[in-house]
Design a protein around this ligand. Structure first.
Ligand SMILES: NC(=O)c1ccc[n+]([C@@H]2O[C@H](COP(=O)([O-])OP(=O)(O)OC[C@H]3O[C@@H](n4cnc5c(N)ncnc54)[C@H](OP(=O)(O)O)[C@@H]3O)[C@@H](O)[C@H]2O)c1
Length: 416
């Protein structure tokens, strides 16, 4: 008999796990029942948050294997750092193969892997274990993106023709933890960390409602990467201090700016363009996600910092630094936009609802590991283009074994 309620366990207890836990207030038919993390204290904190919000009696487990073995856990959300992806997935699959427990599905945060080889291994492991798989790309579930797509396609595109250009940008002033800044641990710089959102969201917008992913074929990619801010000695020093001396942007930087132009063909051989720009060198109120979709007689614009709610604090209000107004907040004074329900507006609630309902129905989620592999293929081709300073025809022959120079600690724009 099909299950009516899903027990969910999280791997990782950091920033994104807490976002997911808060989003669970808007998710039905599932409870957060488990957390595994590297540091037990952090896992306990995340479990306490789930209990406080009444979204599940989360237990802390010593290992992923122990969590899989608990019959209360039906699905696992992988939310640990990128460099632990494969080991996390291997442990899940190994526990299942040894008959320690049973699962319906697994989801994984972006990016699915640090390169194509890793992303493919994630997909193959899920398939080998017979697991349903969900790729956690929240932005294709963001209400403005979903509703905007629906309106543009049913009104503008139906009458005047399909959209031909999608622009997406994802910018903030830099990640919150030192491992994100390390090319080797994270898989790259901002291109890997944030362009994964932009290419997928833009591709989603350009795809007709209900059409499969392969209705658009990537043809060519042109990209550029730079380190505009964080390799300057004063800023490199901040990164070094934040990491106990480990992060060295003078000799081993990662890109803090990246752009790409992806050329697609649709089913009628019509040319379509995706233009993305991402940066860790944007100092504004906080995280800014922007999106444009353009067609023959219409356009769509989204900017998450154009929020309906704004507050003003005079220079006499000198409060402590926080992220209570917007993710990656940069100031507490003056006129500030507030994203009043980030869990909803960035897409986490709808994303988790979709994953839960798909798993309960025994269906593969619409955004799955195959999409995660496709995103990684686009990103790696973008790195190739930036490294070779030329347009790359997709798919390039060496894609499956390609590792960006930045992920090998070999990229330094100051030297070239
Ligand atoms: N969708 C989005 O917009 C979005 C936003 C942010 C992050 N993410 C993705 O989510 C993932 C996690 O990012 P984050 O920001 O949450 O990072 P984070 O704040 O550094 O948290 C990572 C958590 O994983 C734990 N961990 C480390 N190694 C582990 C292992 N081997 N097994 C289990 N847990 C382990 C850490 O333990 P400690 O407590 O000991 O450090 C920490 O609790 C990344 O892949 C990132 O790309 C997505």
């Amino acid at each position: 008999m099909a299950k009516k309620r899903l027990g969910v366990g999280f791997v990782g207890a950091g920033f994104i796990t807490k976002f997911h836990i808060r989003s669970w207030l808007g998710v039905r038919d599932a409870d957060i029942l488990g957390i595994v993390s590297r540091t037990e204290e952090r896992a306990k904190e995340a479990a306490a948050l789930a209990k406080k919000l009444n979204v599940g009696e989360a237990k802390v487990y010593k290992s992923i294997t122990d969590m899989v073995a608990d019959p209360a856990i039906d699905a696992i959300w992988i939310c640990a750092p990128n460099y632990t992806r494969l080991e996390n997935m291997e442990e899940i699959v190994s526990a299942l193969e040894k008959g320690k427990g049973e699962l319906i599905g697994v989801t994984c945060e972006k990016p699915l892997g640090r390169n194509v080889k890793e992303a493919r291994a994630m997909l193959e492991l899920a398939q080998k274990a017979g697991l349903l798989d969900g790729y956690l790309e929240n932005q294709v579930f963001a209400p403005a993106v979903v509703r905007g797509k629906e309106i543009i396609w049913t009104r503008g595109a139906a009458i005047s023709g399909r959209p031909y250009l999608a622009r997406a940008a994802e910018e903030h002033s830099g990640p919150h933890m030192p491992w994100f800044w390390e090319g080797e641990l994270q898989g790259g710089g901002v291109l890997n960390d944030m362009m994964c959102h932009s290419v997928e969201e833009a591709r989603f917008m350009l795809t007709p409602p209900g059409a499969p992913r392969n209705s658009l074929t990537p043809v060519k990619i042109t990209a550029h990467t730079s380190c505009l801010k964080w390799q300057n000695p004063d800023y490199a020093k901040i990164l070094s201090l934040n990491s106990g001396g480990k992060t060295d942007y003078i000799s081993r930087p990662a890109e803090d700016f990246a752009r790409s132009l992806v050329e697609y063909r649709d089913e009628n051989d019509k040319k379509l363009i995706v233009e993305t720009t991402t940066s860790w060198s944007f100092v504004g109120a906080g995280l800014r996600l922007s999106m444009e979709l353009l067609g023959p007689e219409y356009s769509l614009l989204i900017n998450t910092l154009d929020s309906g709610l704004k507050v003003f604090f005079s220079r006499n209000v000198k409060g402590s630094a926080g992220e209570d107004l917007v993710e990656k907040q940069n100031a507490e004074m003056g006129l500030m936009p507030v994203v009043s329900d980030e869990e909803s507006e960035y897409g986490y609630i709808a994303e988790n609802r979709h994953m839960v309902q798909s798993f309960l129905k025994g269906k593969r989620p619409e955004e799955n590991f195959t999409d995660g592999v496709n995103v990684t293929e686009l990103l790696m081709t973008a790195y190739m283009s930036a490294e070779q300073e030329k347009t790359i025809v997709f798919p390039p022959p060496e894609l499956d074994s390609f590792v960006p120079a930045v992920a090998k600690g070999e990229w330094n724009p100051k030297k070239s």
